[in-house]
Design a protein around this ligand. Structure first.
Ligand code: ADP
Length: 265
């Protein structure tokens, strides 16, 4: 809140009034500041891969292209950086779509158990790292009205992070519980964890605990920010609990629907 004071003074010099104008500009200022910060972040995130690519391309142009044992590696780096920039721009487009009004969910009525299991299975089939998956899913079927593409993206992101930050041989546990008409989903790892003071910030755009490390792993720093927007669009919440050196658990909630199929029998 900002206050502007104007003194009302008579020609005689006596002050006989005071006008106070209060502006609620803090909200607008906050939005402006966030926007500037966001643009600065985007520029920085794009400049990093671009400058890397420029130096590798310069080296190639200066003659490295002739060196059989150097050129393929240099080309590989520029390819990896290009892929990361594409991911970044795609993430940005997705965020901007979610910020605008045109964003809508394309929902389907699905059995959450099966849906969740299928995603986990896909990671089990393709996982390149030595991690163990432990599934603690209830037997009862629970139905949710969700945009399956978006929810798949959310869960993919959480699982990829869990794998990324897990040690070799670590466990990743999957489960969900039910209370107050909400499903509470948890994905937990035995990874490096997140310092207490940073746990709340991992859902912020471009926030990364260890910038250099996260970037070298190909992340955009937007995955969890997108996940938060998507979960909130479904009427749920997402948060993390973590202990450094012990592990991280990501929780999210979703409203669940009663099993409507029974009505048809
Ligand atoms: P990134 O592209 O960097 O993975 P995310 O938005 O997915 O971006 O995650 C933001 C940050 O949160 C990561 O850079 C990392 O520091 C932290 N983080 C996310 N998941 C985990 C996890 N399971 N264990 C430890 N740190 C994590």
């Amino acid at each position: 809140l900002r206050a502007n004071f104007s003194v009302i003074q008579k020609e005689t010099g006596f002050v006989n009034g005071l006008i106070t104008v209060l502006h609620d500009i803090t909200e607008q200022e906050k939005i402006d500041m966030e926007r500037r910060e966001f643009v600065a972040n985007v520029s920085h995130e794009l400049r990093t891969p671009l400058t890397t690519m420029r130096s590798y391309l310069e080296a190639l142009a200066d003659g490295a292209w002739k060196e059989e044992n150097i050129a393929p590696h240099f080309l590989h780096v520029t390819q990896t950086e290009t892929e990361r920039m594409i991911r970044l721009v795609n993430d940005l487009l997705q965020l901007s779509k979610m910020d605008s009004q045109e964003y809508e969910l394309n929902t389907d009525f699905v059995e959450f158990n099966k849906f969740f299991e299928r995603i986990i299975e896909r990671f089990e089939m393709s996982k390149s790292q030595n991690v163990h998956f432990i599934k603690l899913l209830p037997e009862t079927s629970y139905f949710v009205d969700i945009d399956t593409d978006k929810l798949t993206q959310v869960i993919d992101n959480i699982i990829s992070n869990a794998i990324k930050y897990s040690p070799d041989g670590g466990n990743i546990r999957f489960g969900f519980t039910v209370s107050n008409n909400m499903l509470k989903v948890m994905i937990s790892d035995d990874g490096m964890g997140i310092p207490k003071e940073n746990v709340g910030r991992i859902f912020d755009r471009f926030y990364r605990v260890d910038r250099a490390r996260a970037r070298s792993m190909g992340g955009t720093g937007l995955g969890l920010a997108i996940a938060r927007e998507m979960i909130e669009a479904h009427g749920g919440k997402i948060w993390a609990e973590s202990e450094e050196g012990v592990g991280t658990t990501i929780f999210f909630t979703l409203p669940y629907a009663e099993d409507e199929t029974e009505d048809w029998e």
